[in-house]
Design a protein around this ligand. Structure first.
Ligand SMILES: [Mg+2]
Length: 289
C-alpha cells in the first residue's frame, strides 16, 4: 500500500466514481463525523458519482439513498442497490408546499427511489441461515444478534464488535467457519459477521450498478475510473478489483486477514482518513476548497 499522498494527478483525473464502505471507513465509534460527511458533499459537488457500498441493512439504505449526497447505495454486502431518479409526477401535479406549477410550465419533479435486487439474493428466513444463527449463538460465547437485524432483508448480522463486549477476531472467524460448514456465505466486517445465501458480494453488485446506471464498462480503462475506500476483510473483493482502491489507516488491524490489500492507504484513521483520501483526489484534480 502506498500512502495516499503518492496518488498522481494523472490517476486522480481519470476518476469518475468514488465508492466507499461505511462502518469504520467514514465513521468513527459509530458516528459520521463532520469531516467525512463534508467530504461526501465535496465529492458530490465536484461532479463525481458517490456510492456507498456497505453491509448495512435495507432499512438504513433507504435513508442513505434519499438523504445523503449520493448517487446510489449498495447494501447488505451486495444484495441490492437503491438510488434516486428524477421523474416527472404523474399528471403534472404540484409539490405540497412549493406552490402550483406555472400554467403550461414544466411539471414539478420529485425523485423516485429505485431498487435493483441481485438475482441470487435469498430472503433471510432461509432455513440454512436460521440454522447458522442458532449454532453461532450457541457455540460462540458473547455473540449476539446485531441490533439492526430488524431492518435486514437478505442477510443475518451477528454482532461481535458494534457493542460491548467486543469479542476477539477469532470469535468472528469461528462464526464464519460455522456459516461455511452449513453452506452459507460469511464476511467479517469491522463490527458484524454478515451471513447470506447466494453468489454475490459488494463487488458484483457495484459492477452491475455502475454498468446499468452509468454505462461503465468493466473492460474500459482497467478500473481506474473507480476509487473504492474501505477498512476490513469484507472489502477485499473491491480492493482486488480496483487498482485505485484506498484503505483508511485502521485497516492495519486486519492486515493478516486480507490477502488483497488496496493500492493506497491514508495516514489518518476512520472518517478522518476518508476525508484525507477525498481531499487528495479533489486536490489532484485541481479542486480546492
Ligand atoms: Mg467497514
Amino acid at each position: 500500500m502506498k500512502n495516499i499522498s503518492e496518488m498522481t494527478a494523472g490517476e486522480a483525473s481519470g476518476v469518475r466514481y468514488v465508492l466507499m464502505d461505511i462502518d469504520d471507513t467514514i465513521t468513527r465509534n459509530g458516528k459520521l463525523p463532520l469531516s467525512s460527511y463534508s467530504a461526501l458533499w465535496k465529492l458530490h459537488d465536484a461532479g463525481l458519482k458517490v456510492i456507498p457500498v456497505t453491509g448495512r441493512p435495507a432499512g438504513w439504505c433507504d435513508l442513505i439513498a434519499r438523504e445523503w449526497p449520493v448517487d446510489g447505495v449498495v447494501g447488505e454486502n451486495g444484495a441490492f442497490v437503491f438510488w434516486e431518479e428524477p421523474r416527472p409526477r404523474e399528471g403534472g401535479g404540484h409539490v405540497h408546499g412549493e406552490g402550483r406549477a406555472a400554467e403550461g410550465g414544466p411539471a414539478p419533479r420529485l425523485p423516485v427511489l429505485m431498487a435493483e435486487y441481485h438475482p441470487g439474493a435469498v430472503r433471510n428466513n432461509h432455513p440454512v441461515l436460521v440454522r447458522v444463527r442458532e449454532r453461532a449463538l450457541a457455540e460462540v460465547p458473547g455473540l449476539r444478534d446485531a441490533k439492526d437485524q430488524f431492518a435486514r432483508l437478505f442477510d443475518i448480522a451477528l454482532d461481535f464488535a458494534e457493542e460491548d463486549p467486543v469479542l476477539p477476531l477469532s470469535a468472528a472467524e469461528r462464526v464464519r467457519a460455522i456459516a461455511e460448514e452449513e453452506g452459507a456465505v460469511a464476511k467479517i466486517s469491522s463490527i458484524h459477521v454478515n451471513i447470506w445465501m447466494g453468489d454475490y458480494d459488494k463487488l458484483s453488485m457495484a459492477e452491475r450498478f455502475l454498468g446499468s446506471r452509468f454505462g461503465w464498462r468493466p473492460e474500459g480503462a482497467g478500473g481506474g475510473e473507480v476509487v473504492f475506500a474501505g477498512d476490513s476483510p469484507n472489502d477485499e473483493p473491491m480492493f482486488a478489483r480496483f487498482p485505485l482502491s484506498c484503505a483508511v489507516a485502521n485497516i492495519r488491524r486486519y492486515e493478516g486477514l486480507i490477502g488483497e490489500l488496496p493500492g493506497f492507504v491514508s495516514t489518518k484513521e476512520y472518517g478522518e482518513g476518508f476525508a484525507e483520501i477525498a481531499g487528495t483526489i479533489l486536490r489532484m484534480r485541481g479542486v480546492y476548497e
